[in-house]
Design a protein around this ligand. Sequence first.
Ligand code: FAD
Length: 605
Amino acid sequence: MSPSPRILIIGGVAGGASAAARARRLSEDADIVLLERGPDVSFANCGLPYHIGGVIEERGRLLVQTPESLSARFDLDVRVRTEAVSIDAQAQVVLVRNLRTGKETREPYDALVLSPGATALRPAIPGAEDERICTLRNMGDMDRILAVLAKGGPRSQAAPGSDRPVVRVLPAQQVGVPGGTSRAALPGTALVVGAGFIGLELAEQLRHRGLAVTLVEKLSHVLGVADGEMSFPLQEELARQGVDLRLGRSVSAFEHEGEALVAKLDDGACLPCDLVVLSVGVRPETTLAREAGLALGATGGILVDDQMRTSDPHIFAVGDAIEIRDFTSGDPALVPLAGPANRQGRIAAEVILGRDSHYKATQGTSICKVFGLTFAMTGLSETLLQRKGMAYRRVYVHPADHATYYPDAQPITLKLLFEPENGRILGAQAVGVAGVDKRIDVIAVAQRAGLTVFDLEDLELCYAPPFGSAKDAINMAGFVASNVLRGDVELWEPEELVGLREAQTLVDVRTFQEHALGTIPGAICAPVDELRDRLEDLPRDGELLVFCQVGLRGYLAARILSQHGFKVRNLSGGYKRYAMWQGAQGVPRESEAKGEAGGPASCLC
Ligand code: FAD
């Protein structure tokens, strides 16, 4: 590469802007041209839902850089509204069209970086051409959504034959809309199709604006990347916040009834809506690469090596458009996240300018706020581990985010997945009100560093009562997982309840009061603190399946019982885990609280 190479970058947002800025920091001599089809560069895609909801009030705050500021600081040739039309890889030239003037030029390059991102999927639903049906990918999409909202007037109210009898626009103060009543005239009903990260954020934010929101999801649970029981608390939160969640449903058509737009679901339901946002996923934008003859991977993303080089040595690709190697399994995958895109852009620039940098796979560490709850994960989910046929063990803990004697402690449900052979961390998911990000971030670092569950026991994490516990949630997960691998305790799983044998006895080791509030059907109650006095009452032949509320007392009970010669296993995560499991099967938690699902409480007394 010449000492002053010409670097052409296609796509001026996350990966592209990172590549450009890094290239300049490494070389004052390079000629760096940034081509962006849209009017903006370096904007915060991740912030778009929050401007729609009004949490980020100023649109301008989403523009991390303008073309002018980016040019000025990094001495770049930034060309917005400029589309790369085709690549002649042989001649090392890109055909570029100025979208304002229509003028086309041929731009030579020494190195080309592709960061064209991904395209929002628009499923082929009859009637989906209506201007009120949007997707959300960039500032323009956001503006379109805001324009639909600004048209005002809940037209859907007039729709006859709908199963949504009244438009339920909440008063602004009830949902905390900034700006108060000025939004009272906004359209009343929104339909979000797809409950992935963006769909959930949108549902929350549209609700925040005071709209009645229906969220339709084809899967049986929200957030398909998560395991069903772990996303169940999010479903409860959505319901609590007034989101009308339709799981296992899809939109079969959009129709018009007068002025009203009506979405027809596959169960026959008719939902009038003033705004629809399709949020059903993305596909990597590979048109340019494909037409230039670059190799694509098995997943459909652009194939790159660990230096972001495509099948052409002068062309690099980064971000949502590429196929990455999954950190946990080593398999090819598509993981459209901002952190990886930024790092890959940086690495491409470094390699182009002579550094021996390498990209070290993607873990998929991600996080989402759903009203008062946070969900985060890293590594693979249990669902994916199963699909890949990888051996794993799982434990659940529900510790508090900080010392319980300090005000406002909140439980975190943490699921840890690890290799049975050696305790290598395979993945983790957490959901709770506070402290979820910290726990998943620490586990993400541990996984990347190759630590095992035994190392989690030893991690020294910051602690004072307002912030954590002397035994942090991560230590607790490490203790439980290590106990399992060391053989200190054996676990049973809620799935086993389906084929429970006569020789197995369910033992609830919580207090009689807790037991009376709801238990697993058929369980007897033997509180852990009285267990040593009641050993004679427990069956010695067969197996005891003990459980408590969150798993800790069950563990203590299992240790007592096993040392007295009983065959015993504990339910990791306890009754709380059982309730989440039941929730994921479609059994509402409310009925358990009343003791209905738990059946009549029976005690060993
Ligand atoms: P992009 O940032 O999408 O940039 C691609 C650019 O290339 C586009 O501006 C496009 O106009 C331009 N382009 C494409 N083709 C051409 C062409 N032929 N010529 C010229 N220009 C072209 N990730 C997270 O990690 N956390 C989040 O919270 C999060 N929230 C998100 C919320 C929303 C609403 C969206 C849409 C995405 C979110 N993401 C989030 C994903 C994250 O934004 C992407 O992973 C990241 O932006 C990908 O970077 P990229 O450079 O590959 O593509």
